[in-house]
Design a protein around this ligand. Structure first.
Ligand SMILES: Cc1ncc(COP(=O)(O)O)c(C=O)c1O
Length: 457
């Protein structure tokens, strides 16, 4: 066995196709409903928000979708990303397990988010869009789209959840550096933002509210602006599959195959990106890799949310989809993994989880930061708080393998670096972080506000 640590692909190995799980998924897709009529949406409704190429990808069942040359050109700034064997972490844990991580933090914005931001900006440019709107929680998605919009000469306005805007001024400045306008949501720029502020001028904001504002800004622009979403939708998950496709080749270079593949989940895009190509191998080539999604106990969407139809945003402007949900009115606790504070989850992930093809676990905030510190001190990279959830689960797998005396091959997605998250690390280091379990009563109460969907038998 070689002692190689980094597994690097050539530029010529960059995947030329995105992998579409819809082609192989053993579970049928669930309908996407209009938030007003609760009838299946039409392309016309979606075309107010998205260019037609992305709508077609959203409903496509083609197995492989070619990545346009213009997108590959920009991917080449940072892809293929490295696969790294965490030898120093393995040693510190004294585990017989082999731990590999795919490092997406090498992208210009510092996470996996540019994989879809670049594609979305490209298809918008191609369709003649002049400007885009979006929301951002932690600021990772906003900075990715800011970078991508500038690359295709599009303007961008970002509705940034107010609590993150205040906690993370440097993420805002990064978006401004790429040329975007950033507003603390709830804002007084939209009808919905104004209505929220009228009720509570100190509302800290949520992803659900910021989505409503960004959607409203695009929907009321008479076609001048389109909206970009950083997770949840099929086309977003599709664009992220370059991660898993590269991993398959890199695991081959390492002469190993993962027993378990791990990713953190907010809306589900980085997890799907690494997991779906391995799920294809499970479904079609008799592999038996476990695919493990990791979420915070403060937003336990998969592990405790109800699998039902709910609105994608707080103002009920975004489509209604079937997903695990904590309720669209969810105001998340102020945990430091801002990107994991969404009330729902990608419908494709929920359906596969419900049918037993994926596993999920919820981890606590302090244990997550314990893992982040151990990782930073052994492997050198300070992980994004979101990604640290995957590290916690990877370490727990490695310790379980040690307890059972098993050689287990563990692969996780290090979805981003945490160089802009020093406030969170400071809170941890000074003992100010707290654990938070989302209360069951709040979930039960939120379920009373669900849309009453009646599907034809
Ligand atoms: C670094 C990082 N990882 C993970 C996520 C969670 O999003 P998703 O589940 O779509 O990958 C985010 C979201 O902002 C993020 O910034």
């Amino acid at each position: 066995m070689s002692d190689q640590t980094r597994f690097l692909l050539n530029e010529s190995d960059l995947p030329k196709f995105w992998y579409n799980i819809a082609a192989d998924s053993p579970v049928p897709p669930t309908p996407v409903l209009h938030p007003g009529t609760l009838e299946p949406v039409t392309p016309d409704f979606l075309s107010v928000l998205f260019p037609m190429d992305l709508i077609l990808q959203e409903i496509s069942t083609e197995r492989y979708i070619e990545i346009p040359e213009e997108v590959l050109e920009i991917y080449k700034l940072y892809r293929p990303t490295p696969l790294i064997r965490a030898r120093r972490l393995e040693k510190a844990l004294g585990t017989p397990a082999h731990i590999y991580y795919k490092y997406e933090g090498v992208s210009p914005a510092g996470s996996h988010k540019p994989n879809t931001a670049i594609a979305q900006a490209y298809y918008n440019k191609k369709a003649g869009t002049k400007a885009m709107t979006t929301e951002t929680g932690a600021g990772q998605w906003g900075s990715a789209l800011a970078f991508a919009c500038h690359a295709f000469d599009l303007e961008l306005e970002v509705y940034m959840v107010k609590v993150s805007y205040q906690q993370k001024p440097y993420r805002r400045i990064l978006m401004e550096t790429y040329g975007s306008k950033v507003y603390a949501s709830p804002t007084d720029r939209t009808n919905y933002g104004r209505s929220v502020l009228a009720e509570d001028p100190n509302n800290p904001g949520s992803l659900g509210i910021a989505i409503s504002e960004a959607v409203e800004a695009a929907a009321t622009s008479n076609g001048a602006k389109k909206y970009g979403l950083g997770s949840v939708l099929n086309h977003v998950l599709l664009h992220q599959t370059v991660i898993g496709e590269e991993c398959l080749k890199q695991m081959d270079m390492a002469n190993e195959y993962p027993d378990v593949v791990i990713g953190c989940v907010g809306g589900g895009s980085n997890f799907a990106g690494i997991a779906f190509p391995f799920l294809r191998e499970n479904l079609k080539n008799d592999r038996r890799t476990r695919l493990l999604a990791v979420e915070p106990t403060a937003t336990p969407t998969l592990t405790r949310g109800v699998y039902t139809f709910d609105y994608g945003d707080t103002a009920k402007m975004a489509p209604v989809v079937k997903m695990h949900t904590l309720g669209h009115g969810f105001i998340p606790p102020s945990i430091h993994a801002g990107g994991l504070r969404y009330h729902g989850m990608a419908p494709s992930i929920c359906a596969l989880y419900d049918a037993g093809h994926l596993e999920a676990v919820a981890v606590k905030q302090i244990a997550t930061f314990d893992a982040a510190l151990q990782f930073a001190r052994t492997e050198g990279i300070v992980p994004a708080p979101e990604s640290a959830h995957a590290i916690r689960a990877a370490i727990d797998e490695a310790l379980d393998a040690k307890a059972k005396g098993e050689k287990r091959v563990i692969l996780f997605n290090l979805s981003g670096h945490g160089n802009f998250d020093m406030g969170a690390y400071e809170a941890y280091l000074s003992g100010k972080l707290e654990d938070y379990e989302y209360p069951g009563e709040a979930i039960a109460e939120a379920m009373k506000q669900l849309p009453q969907v009646q599907l034809p038998a």
